[in-house]
Write a protein that binds this ligand. Structure first.
Ligand code: PBG
Length: 332
């Protein structure tokens, strides 16, 4: 039996016409990535000459200030001009007072980066969890993470980052009213030009797993963060969080984690039309690296496909541990 071939269906619409060559595909491409939209998160520890790999995040390191400066300069030469700094102080206490120590790793790194690579935008994570001995993002009294005293500490931390030269402060604690308090404190201290990138819709997520090793809180944190971070089941609440943070003076908002929350990014962008960033978090990074290592997917393609998904969903930019890899991939 011969198979019959139909040679002409006389279709007027053939969408495959525009997929026939690389040039055609490029011409009708709807979204593009640019290194300018990437922010590289860095973990800054005490000491000198330290590059300690995070075992659950191959390719990500805890860096002393001198090494963080080198990493920032290298990223800059690949076109990634913004970094997000996390501090890993040796000393921690129950109120996170290291968060506003002018000689702490983050404050020192800000000054060093601004000195060595002045064109870099320095964003700082503002939270207490890297500074508290219990690992919670706020002050704990009788088992409760108390909101208002925590907000006071966060405002102190933000002002100290601004005084060291930060361009943008990014509160990631999910306390109520922290954006307003930080804005007011910055104005009072004369830092009118320091912007706020609010982790506005931040979910209590299992995707932060590897971060606990990266920031040294593994085993320290008792309980979970569901009393202040959002329930992954909610999206109306995410819009309320964003609305409040904008009303309190946020210049950017962020949705976190990234890929499982693309619907949230889209709705935030459509509802508010403000700079909306996505955080592709530690667990997402680890998943990409693990699947590539297991031969389950092409690493470069996984990186680019996940990042273009953020752009397609409406993200203005992405905080990603793959920022430099992605910038290099785009350049070729
Ligand atoms: C601090 C903070 C966390 C992350 C960013 N800022 C941890 C948390 O909230 O538990 C997670 C980042 C990542 O997983 O890559 N509050």
């Amino acid at each position: 039996m011969t198979t019959q071939t139909h040679t002409s269906l006389h279709l007027t619409r053939r969408l495959r016409r525009l997929r026939r060559s690389e040039a055609l595909r490029a011409m009708v491409r709807e979204t593009r990535l640019s290194p300018d939209m990437f922010v590289l998160p860095l973990f800054v520890c005490e000491g000198e000459g330290i590059r300690r790999e995070v075992s659950s995040m191959p390719g990500v390191f805890q860096l002393s200030v001198d090494e963080a400066v080198k990493e920032t300069a290298a990223a800059h030469s690949d076109g990634v001009r913004s970094v997000l700094l996390f501090g890993l102080p040796d000393q921690k206490d129950d109120i996170g007072s290291g968060a506003y120590d002018p000689e702490a790793p983050v404050q020192s790194a800000i000054r060093a980066i601004k000195r060595e690579t002045p064109g870099t935008l320095v964003i700082t994570d503002v939270c207490l969890c890297e500074y508290t001995d219990h690992g919670h993002c706020g002050i704990v009294i009788d088992g409760e993470i108390v909101n208002d005293p925590t907000v006071e500490q966060l405002a102190r931390a933000a002002v100290s980052h601004a005084a060291a030269g930060a361009d943008i402060v990014a509160p990631s604690d999910m306390m109520d009213g922290r954006v307003a308090a930080i804005r007011e404190a910055l104005e009072e201290a004369g830092h009118q030009n320091v912007a706020i990138m609010a982790y506005a819709a931040k979910y209590a997520s299992a995707f932060y797993g590897p971060f606990r090793e990266a920031d040294g809180s593994l085993g320290r944190l008792k309980g979970d963060k569901r009393g202040y971070q959002m329930n992954p089941a909610n999206i109306e609440e995410a819009l309320r969080e964003v609305e409040l943070d904008l009303a309190e003076g946020a210049d950017f908002v962020m949705v976190k984690p990234g890929m499982p929350y693309l619907d949230v990014i889209r709705q935030v962008k459509d509802a508010f039309g403000v700079p909306t960033f996505a955080y592709q978090v530690s667990g997402e990074y680890a998943m990409i690296e693990a699947s590539a290592a297991a031969g389950a997917g092409d690493r470069d393609a996984l990186i680019l496909e996940t990042l273009i998904a953020f752009k397609r969903a409406g993200a203005s930019g992405v905080l990603t541990y793959h920022a430099v890899d992605a910038a290099r991939l785009i350049a070729v």
